[in-house]
Design a protein around this ligand. Structure first.
Ligand SMILES: [Zn+2]
Ligand SMILES: [Zn+2]
Length: 1010
């Protein structure tokens, strides 16, 4: 359900807010002549094989839920026998009657926007027995009327606003009733073998065929004319180009189901005055072939995946319109437009090496639905690619990504402040289970037996088997800390996977936010430090989308110089290690041009009573002002009243700046309503109101989650002397105002010329009910060496957490501790005795006479098997000690990259390694070879991340390193040893022979307890 919302939101929300033009030039109607058949007539039913239909009929007999689906379809189909042919001819109006998915942005001429409050986005009531009329949901008033006449192009109000009564009724009659009606009739025939349904479906297809070629949305619709008046095109056929995919898909499926009845259907032939063959010719030419041409003319376009899926259906239905060639293109043909890349190209060029597509998780879920649709439709001989590792990965990431068994991290335009799960859909995972038999998919789906039947498509599958239920109604079982190095994102969690932190550090390519180094905290069954998820509106003309929702300011990260982040460049993972009771994720990103350092390390520490807290270190260098933002969940917040000054006037943007006022972009302030707010790169500080600054004390904030009073969080800010602390309120969505959220802001400023250098430190403690364990947290400096020390008193125990990005030798006299590690956690019992040690990226830790050491595992890659995802490393040391490393770093002259590891085996000086993700990160066709330069026309959206990778030929043979990668040009660091020619394909492999291999040293020790 969500997926469709995402898909179509772009078109519908724009319409609500961005329309003013009322003076249109109405283009003269241009009828298209009936079409001539281009290809031999169809000879076989292609979409549901006899064996699939047999399964459906068995299921209907055996399972009441399956029968209910059939009954529902039959009922919906029966309705169409109440319409005479004359009535249908009127309802299925020809192209001269305009279409409008929205009636008027202002709502009703009588009741204004109250109609939206009562009826939602598309509030008007339609009655098929009264064509071209709408009824107001407020009082039932009917439009048009004598007072509100409408010839199809709308009624113009005295204030110049156009109300499209007729066009609205016409649009929704086609889109919500006629087209689904044809499909229901055809499906009712499929499931009952009752010819009456086939006759009525075929009759309506015949009527559709007689009007379809003249349908041209850009000249015949409200939005088409509005776009034209702005000099833009808004293409489509009956409806807009995106929604038209649903029209053509349903018509094509319906025809495939009923075509074979037409030749023997005397009644139909009499009604239409055509022979069976004439009728088939008429429908195949005027709907299916016309539809295929509409794909070529960009009158039917959808998002990647969905586009291909519908195109396949139309080809299957039409059968002889060069179907094999089309399928080959859909799978194997590269394109310079990413959305039209063949599947095998898209799988590597638009999907990261951990299987995650390049959008937000919510939108990525749409890819899975489409991929499954495609898999279900392609003839068996084209399905080979599904057994490929990459395709299985595509279905695994939504489960792998789930934090604490309950939430998909809401990265970019995805989810909400309270959170939920992306891609948990039976349309994806029922067929995925049938394909891969992965038992993890069963609890994820949480459907078995009778419950498997929740859609028409489910009828064609065997019911899902029973499965053991996971505890605490988790959607996936307990998982260890894990890194998605392609998507640039990691999840740290405790052993029971009940507390987790997700941090994002790399580029995403669509529906992303300016959220580099943002994190979310999950604990107590809730999102405790949530991303705010899907924006207020998916609409360029809503300022709040840009000034707040996708802006850096609303996230748990740092704003530099009162500007949102500016650049999308690859991030760097410095460390990702889990030591059992403590763990760390250390990453940096270059989103600001003027910062030389923008780096965050989150260290998570478990306590003896089963809880976990985190210490957040954020280092920034550059610019003159840094604002570090943190926020908890919606719900109650508490702070010590006497610690804070009175509420300051205005907003965080200044005492005179009112809430939401666009104070830092004069151009958009004046013209945003016309040109859209997409170019905003200001602070967004105007959304933070009720600003208070810390007068004295510690500034500890406590949050209680709105969904569970006992789900709590405390934030302990640990500012340096020069930093100022504020709290302020903001709405998660400034327009919808769903939830009020308390922000904690730590600000550092400089007046000097030297770039400002800040370290922001805070302790984050989620806990349940009254059971908080932290007594005190304070910041200290080492007695010798660099880095930040945080001391956490937990009553009985004391934890010392150190972060020192340069890994200097540090001494803490009070604890008799010395180490050269980057991240350190040491725990002392009430008597001051050392009880636990974790350190990472360091060679030793000495404390109270105990000496702990760790060694890196280093070497050189000597062979890579890109298909098996294995490599061999020649190690620098013989049989090094192996803990269970999570990740390995690979470095060459151009860059360092990281892979999560699946297994590491050492034998003497050779180590055999298998990675969790994929080595292959790109696939392209060579158009030209010029010395060291390979030119390509294949869309390679990830090109910024290719420098330093290795080019392989089509047989996975390594050629050379990539010294420089541009959009359409890949420069090798040396001439290739054997000839490459235009037309050859080549792979981009993330790892090459000669790359330096490194597993950073990590060490854990816990005193054994009885
Ligand atoms: Zn009204
Ligand atoms: Zn976000």
């Amino acid at each position: 359900m969500h997926f469709f919302l995402y898909l179509f939101c772009f078109s519908f929300t724009v319409s609500l807010f961005a329309q003013t033009a009322t003076h249109f030039v109405i283009p003269p109607f241009q009828p298209a002549p009936d079409r001539q058949l281009q290809f031999p007539l169809k000879t076989e039913s292609m979409i549901y094989s006899d064996s699939l239909v047999a399964i459906a009929k068995e299921n209907i007999q055996q399972y009441p839920a399956a029968k209910a689906i059939k009954d529902h379809i039959v009922q919906a189909a029966d309705k169409w026998f109440t319409f005479s042919d004359e009535e249908l001819t009127v309802l299925m109006s020809d192209a001269r009657v305009p279409r409008a998915f929205d009636l008027c942005a202002k709502g009703c001429p009588v009741h204004g926007d109250t109609v939206f409050k009562i009826g939602g986005f598309y509030p008007w009531i339609i009655d098929l027995k009264h064509p071209f009329q709408v009824r107001c949901p407020v009082d039932g008033q009917v439009f048009p009327s004598a007072e509100y006449p409408d010839d199809g192009w709308g009624w113009i109000s005295p204030d110049g606003e156009r109300y499209w009564f007729v066009a609205y009724a016409n649009h929704w009659t086609w889109y919500d009733h006629i087209i689904p009606g044809i499909l229901n009739l055809a499906r009712a025939y499929l499931l009952t073998d009752d010819n009456r349904y086939a006759t009525q479906a075929a009759y309506m297809l015949y009527r559709m065929a007689s009007v379809y070629p003249s349908m041209n949305h850009e000249d015949q619709s409200r939005y088409g004319l509005m776009s034209k008046s702005r000099g833009e095109r808004y293409t489509g056929k009956i409806v807009n180009h995106i929604w038209e995919t649903n029209v053509i898909e349903q018509a094509a499926e319906a025809y495939d189901l009923v075509w074979k009845t037409i030749d023997t259907d005397r009644y139909l032939q009499k009604r239409t005055g055509k022979t069976g063959k004439e009728l088939r010719t008429f429908i195949e030419a005027n709907i299916l072939e016309d539809g295929l041409d509409a794909f070529n003319d960009d009158k039917i376009i959808a998002n990647f995946g969905r586009h291909q899926s519908v195109l396949i259906t139309v080809h299957l239905s039409r059968q002889h319109a060069e179907m094999e060639k089309a399928f080959d293109k859909i799978i194997h043909e590269p394109s310079s437009v990413a959305g039209k890349n063949g599947l095998i190209y898209a799988a590597y060029n638009q999907i990261f090496r951990d299987g995650i597509p390049f959008e937000s998780p919510g939108y990525n879920a749409g890819w899975l639905t489409s991929f499954m649709e495609i898999a279900g439709k392609l003839p068996a001989e084209n399905r080979g690619l599904l057994t490929n590792f990459r395709f299985k990965q595509i279905f695994d990431w939504p489960l792998d990504m789930v934090a604490i068994g309950k939430y998909t991290p809401d990265i970019g335009d995805s989810g909400s402040t309270l959170g939920g799960l992306a891609a948990r859909s039976s349309a994806i995972y029922h067929p995925a289970y049938d394909l891969y038999h992965d038992p993890r998919y069963l609890p994820w789906l949480n459907l078995s037996g009778e419950k498997s039947f929740n859609s028409f498509y489910a009828l064609f599958r065997r019911p899902l088997p029973d499965f053991p239920v996971l505890k605490d109604s988790r959607a996936v079982d307990v998982q260890p800390s894990r890194l998605f190095a392609g998507y640039g994102f990691g999840i740290l969690n405790n052993r029971t996977d009940e507390t987790a932190i997700a941090l994002t550090y790399d580029i995403h390519y669509a529906h992303d936010h300016w959220d580099y180094l943002n994190f979310e905290v999950f604990a107590n069954g809730q999102k405790m430090m949530p991303d705010l998820g899907y924006p207020d509106a998916m609409n360029d003309f809503v300022a709040e989308k840009f000034t707040w929702s996708i802006n850096t300011v609303s996230h748990n990260t740092v704003v530099v110089d009162q500007k949102r982040q500016q650049r999308k460049l690859p991030g760097t993972l410095h460390d990702f290690a889990d030591g059992g009771f403590a763990r760390t994720m250390d990453a940096s990103s270059p989103p600001y041009e003027n910062t030389s350092e923008y780096r965050r390390n989150i260290v998570m520490v478990d306590t003896e009573d089963g809880q976990s807290y985190a210490v957040d270190f954020f280092n920034v260098c550059g610019g003159t002002r840094h604002d570090y933002f943190l926020h908890g969940p919606p719900g109650k917040t508490f702070c010590a009243a006497d610690e804070w000054n009175d509420i300051l006037p205005g907003t965080f943007a200044g005492p005179t700046v009112e809430t939401g006022y666009l104070y830092d972009d004069e151009k958009l302030l004046l013209q945003g309503k016309q040109i859209g707010y997409g170019s905003y790169c200001g602070s967004g500080f105007q959304h933070l109101f009720h600003v208070q600054n810390l007068k004295s004390g510690k500034g500890i904030l406590e949050y209680r989650h709105i969904n569970d009073e006992d789900a709590r969080l405390r934030i302990f800010p640990l500012p340096s002397e020069k930093q100022e602390i504020f709290i302020a309120d903001a709405y998660d969505k400034p327009r919808a105002k769903n939830h009020l959220i308390k922000y904690l802001i730590c600000t550092g400023k400089t007046d000097g010329d030297a770039p400002l250098k800040s370290t922001f430190v805070s302790v984050l403690e989620p806990y349940k009910g009254e059971k908080h364990t932290l007594k005190e947290a304070r910041s200290e400096k080492p007695d010798r060496g660099n880095g930040h020390v945080v001391v956490v008193e937990r009553g009985d125990y004391t934890d010392v957490i150190i972060y020192d990005p340069v890994g200097s030798t540090k001494t803490l006299n009070r604890y008799k501790l010395q180490t050269d590690a980057v991240s350190t956690v040491a725990t002392f019992d009430p008597s001051g005795k050392l009880t636990r040690v974790f350190f990472s990226c360091g060679s030793y830790l000495h404390c109270q006479g105990k000496k702990f050491t760790a060694e890196p595992i280093a070497g050189k890659v000597i062979s890579v098997d890109a298909l098996k995802r294995t490599l061999q490393v020649e190690l620098e040391t013989q049989n090094p000690k192996l803990e269970t490393p999570l990740v390995a770093h690979f470095t060459n002259a151009f860059r360092t990259t990281v892979h999560p590891l699946s297994s590491v085996n050492v034998s003497g000086k050779i180590s055999d390694i298998k990675v969790k993700d994929d080595f292959l990160t790109g696939y392209f066709r060579i158009e030209e070879v010029e010395g060291n330069i390979l030119k390509t026309a294949t869309a390679l959206p990830f090109y910024r991340q290719y420098t330093g990778a290795t080019i392989l030929d089509q047989n996975y043979r390594p050629l050379a390193l990539l010294a420089e990668s541009k959009k359409d040009e890949l420069k090798l660091n040396e001439p290739v040893a054997f000839a490459l020619k235009p037309g050859d394909t080549a792979w981009i492999c993330n790892i090459g022979c000669g790359d330096e291999f490194l597993i950073k040293p990590v060490f854990t020790w816990e005193e054994s307890t009885k």
